[in-house]
Design a protein around this ligand. Structure first.
Ligand code: NAD
Ligand code: TYD
Length: 351
């Protein structure tokens, strides 16, 4: 079956895995990657598929209403998978505005363009919005987020994502726009920008730089391998029920410090360093303001209804990730040679 699908944010971390999966697996679909190419967008993430006939890149800023409308005029999209976002909590603390513009206004621009094109015939149309578990706020020691957990976002990032989720639900309820939302836990794997914990730590360990651990390293995240998120998105896109929400998680909770210690052991082995060398780099730094204590996702709805399950065991997934970063030194060096060092100094010098 032919389909024309707009994937926004396809040059970013998760988006690039989703674009590659769809381009390779569904040759009858035309996949249009609409991405502004911010600091986090990198077309190098897509070199394996960039010449495929069913793939097109369109440099688009979703904040620009007219640019979004023009894109919807140029292509007859029947579906949108919306991943474009500002995605880093620390940046949302230093510059919340960018999160409001892209995550809220950008999403509304896409909703308006979809509604405008589809309003007379919603048959076989889908607006699939990719969101985060952070909209649910922070957990104590017990419990997991389910699809029924009330929203309680705590950072400008999670508040902007929560707002966008509310707008998607409002368009679905008020105008009948066929929409699905999924909320996923922390992703890790190849192509992740080295501002997030795992790639930042890999890069610092490799370069014998301090590994900054916020607070006491006691915060807990539920980690999922990025290709497992992409496989869940594929299943939900094709089999999810319109109007529903699906939680996606790795069922894999790790305290930050334990995760870093595991990563140090893997890095010592890969870099032929004596056991215990890398963990000496662990440096406790000032905590993130408003730091959410714990996230954990109950993904039983997705597992039961659509038969999804995550694949690699964490140590294996982490090892695959380390191998990728060590093999792709050029990718990493190009990133850290640019604005990254300014970002790093600004973010970590005061800690
Ligand atoms: P990322 O920061 O790696 O990539 C974001 C992409 O969006 C980049 O390619 C960037 O160029 C693009 N973009 C940013 N602003 C844009 C704009 N105004 N117009 C067009 N494109 C723009 O993010 P990611 O980690 O791949 O996250 C993708 C999505 O998944 C986001 O919506 C995020 O909220 C969600 N999510 C991420 C995680 C995670 O752990 N990374 C977990 C759950 C949900
Ligand atoms: P991060 O990868 O930024 O994801 P999120 O904040 O969306 O969960 O951070 C993961 C956890 O690691 C979070 O508890 C903050 C912590 N962290 C550090 O301890 N040091 C760091 O340098 C970074 C970037 C994060």
């Amino acid at each position: 079956m032919k389909r024309t699908i707009l994937i926004t944010g396809g040059a970013g971390f998760i988006g690039s895995h989703v674009v590659k999966r769809f381009v390779r697996k569904y040759s009858s679909y035309l996949i249009v990657n609409g991405d502004k190419l911010t600091y986090a967008g990198n077309l190098e993430n897509l070199t394996d598929i960039e010449k495929e006939k069913n793939y097109k890149f369109e440099k688009t800023d979703i904040i620009e209403k007219q640019a979004v409308l023009d894109l919807f005029e140029k292509y007859d999209f029947d579906a949108v998978i919306h991943l474009a976002a500002e995605s880093h909590v620390d940046r949302s603390i230093t510059d919340p505005d960018a999160f409001v513009f892209t995550n809220i206004i950008g999403t509304v621009n896409l909703l308006n363009a979809s509604l405008n094109k589809w309003k007379n015939d919603f048959e076989r149309k889908l607006f699939y919005h990719i969101s985060t578990d952070e909209v649910y706020g922070s957990l104590g020691k017990e419990g997991q987020f389910t699809e029924k957990t009330s929203y309680d976002p705590k950072s400008p990032y999670s508040a902007s994502k929560a707002s966008s989720d509310h707008m998607v639900r409002a368009y679905s309820h008020t105008f009948g726009l066929p929409a699905i939302i999924s909320n996923c836990s922390n992703n890790y794997g190849p192509n992740q920008f080295p501002e997030k914990l795992i790639p930042l730590a890999i890069n610092n360990i490799k370069n014998n730089k301090p590994i900054p651990v916020y607070g006491k390293g006691e915060n807990i995240r539920d980690w999922i391998y990025v290709e497992d998120h992409a496989s869940a998105i594929d299943l939900i896109f094709h089999g999810g029920k319109i109007g529903e929400t699906y939680n996606i998680g790795g069922n894999n909770e790790w305290k930050n410090l334990d995760l870093i210690l595991l990563l140090c052991r893997i890095m010592d082995k890969k870099l032929n360093r004596a056991a215990g060398t890398s963990e000496k780099l662990i440096t406790y730094v000032k905590d993130r303001p408003g730091h959410d204590l714990r996230y954990a996702i109950d993904s039983s709805k997705l597992q039961t209804e659509l038969g999804w399950s995550p694949i690699p065991e964490f140590a294996q997934g982490l090892e695959k990730t380390v191998d990728w970063y060590l093999a792709n030194t050029k990718w990493l060096e190009r990133i850290i040679s640019g604005d990254y060092s300014k970002y790093y100094d600004k973010m970590y010098s005061g800690r």
